[in-house]
Design a protein. Structure first.
Lengths: 152, 152
DNA sequence: TCTGATTTGTAGCCGTGGCTACAATTAAGC
DNA sequence: GCTTAATTGTAGCCACGGCTACAAATCAGA
């Protein structure tokens, strides 16, 4: 921000330059991407604990279609972020924060799939696309979805 | 999926193990992410050429909210992928393939925004979320959107 | 024209999220 | 109980997409 009390206020309109909006939108999309992986892991770990009683790195890796080494690295990141815990050679668990995230993600996922189906997307396509879409759906949009589905 | 020739119909659809589906879905989302950046650049370059007459790295960078160095690196990737061309210290242009991609992306973007608005998402939120969502919308889902909007 | 600002490009760093290869630990079977 | 298989973890590689700092080229104005 060049602080000069110049005569010509130039292309600086009351608010923001028009391209700043766009830049901001792209930035949003980028940061959403950064948290997408954490969200997927949290949800999956929660699912595995619920259905299998435990979440083991190998299972996580198989479910996500990545190598176990990759899964372990990502789990380490979850731990750094305070979403999960694990002891050497033992399974993975979610912290309260991780559980909360998992619940939110799961609810959002369902809502997205349901909305897609409601507007005519075939079930299978809805499931596949939702996996990528869900991470970019804001709270506001989510509320609109719920309302549209009559779950206001 | 009608397929019940076995005794234990259970959760085994005779095709793939259940977790393979899920892995496949995640993989889809990952590859979509990889092409997202290319799509954004292609569309933006096309826009700039249309409105400004040329697409310069600095403008691209400002519009995307990244440093010019980052933009130039990404443009290099576009060139590697055969989507754009440029000569030293001259602007960036799209190849026919790049133009085609830009057109597809632009149409898809509009359709996604329109659908979001149609189900009740406020315009501004629709614009923001669409930026991230669009890259994960399959052809099939896109067709469903068009049909829902009465543009079958 | 030539000098300084702007634009463009290059170099090199970082974190992420893939991978393979290998080491360590745990679990299973004889 | 020991040996072997499976699982878990570590190390090190790669490409990507951010960044800053610096160099080179172009453009504009005096």
């Amino acid at each position: 921000m060049p602080k000069s009390k110049s005569y010509k206020l130039d292309a600086e309109p009351a608010d923001l330059p028009p391209e700043a909006d766009q830049a901001h939108r792209f930035e949003k999309a980028r940061t959403a991407q950064a948290t997408a992986l954490l969200e997927d892991y949290a949800e999956l770990i929660s699912d595995l604990i619920g259905t299998e009683g435990e979440a083991r790195p190998t299972d996580i890796a198989r479910r996500l279609g990545v190598s176990h080494a990759t899964a372990i690295k990502s789990i380490a990141r979850l731990k750094r972020e305070g979403l999960a815990t694990s002891k050497l050679y033992r399974g993975v668990f979610l912290t309260p924060a991780g559980e909360m995230l998992a619940r939110r993600v799961r609810a959002r996922h369902r809502l997205v799939v349901d909305l897609l189906v409601a507007v005519g997307v075939p079930q299978e396509a809805a499931e596949v696309d939702a996996e990528g879409i869900e991470h970019h759906v804001s709270e506001e949009t989510l509320r609109a979805f719920a309302k549209f589905l009559g779950r206001a």
